[in-house]
Design a protein around this ligand. Structure first.
Ligand SMILES: N[C@@H](CCC(=O)N[C@@H](CS)C(=O)NCC(=O)O)C(=O)O
Length: 217
């Protein structure tokens, strides 16, 4: 039974790999698992057939036999649990890698994602500059803490893990719309190291191919 995931038929990021199916593609590539992709329009994402898989009408989803999952972090965790390569065997190291997965989604992603929404949706609001400044302050604190923790290491806690995978996807969203990361050379080198992984490259090319094909029609 082949794993099937869902992704945007035409990603708003124009194939920059920022949509959350990228995390799932990357995790599957790291785990060496083949997968099919079902592409969805914005309309189809809100229809009953997809809402039965994803209660919020979003991508990505993951189907493997009887199992249907939503939430990119939960999907990445499931892939990491089921297949090797994304979580350490040692119980304590595994727990710490999982903590980094939560940190990515709970601590680092919220201000970065809010910033991207505010820049699109609140540009004309009277509070825009103030809100952006507040979010930028929070993000800079997160980056400083991440940078200090990473230091000269290649990855956040020993070998590359699903924690690094999620943190990097979050940082890439920031990198696409801000130069804030330039102040942290160890973080930019960390992102480059992740982007150089063959599994990342395969996942990136696969999602870009979808965008190019849709744009060529
Ligand atoms: N927390 C969810 C967020 C999913 C999400 O926001 N997906 C976006 C694409 S990256 C989406 O489907 N947006 C369209 C919409 O919300 O209508 C996850 O990580 O899977």
């Amino acid at each position: 039974m082949t794993i099937t995931i869902t992704a945007f038929e035409q990603s708003p990021d124009r194939g920059k790999g920022l949509a959350r199916d990228m995390r799932v593609r990357w995790a599957l590539e790291e785990a060496g698992q083949p997968y099919d992709v079902r592409l969805l329009s914005f309309k189809a994402m809100k229809e009953p057939a997809h809402l039965a898989l994803q209660p919020f009408g979003q991508i990505p989803t993951y189907e493997d036999g009887d199992l249907v999952l939503f939430e990119s972090g939960a999907i990445a965790f499931h892939i990491a649990e089921r297949h090797g390569g994304l979580l350490p065997d040692d119980a304590n190291a595994r727990a710490r890698a999982i903590a980094w997965m939560f940190a990515a989604l709970n601590t680092v992603e919220p201000p970065i994602f809010d910033r991207s929404l505010v820049r699109i949706l609140e540009r004309d609001e009277p509070w825009y500059e103030q809100r952006l400044r507040a979010l930028d302050g929070t993000i800079r604190n997160r980056l400083a803490d991440l940078s200090r923790h990473l230091g000269d290491a290649d990855w956040l806690d020993g070998a590359f893990s699903a924690g690094d995978l999620l943190i990097v996807t979050v940082l890439l969203r920031l990198k696409a719309s801000s130069d804030m990361l330039d102040d942290y050379p160890n973080l930019t080198a960390y992102i480059a190291r992740a982007e150089a992984r063959p599994a990342y490259k395969r996942a990136f090319e696969a999602q870009l191919a979808v965008f190019k094909a849709a744009s060529a029609v």
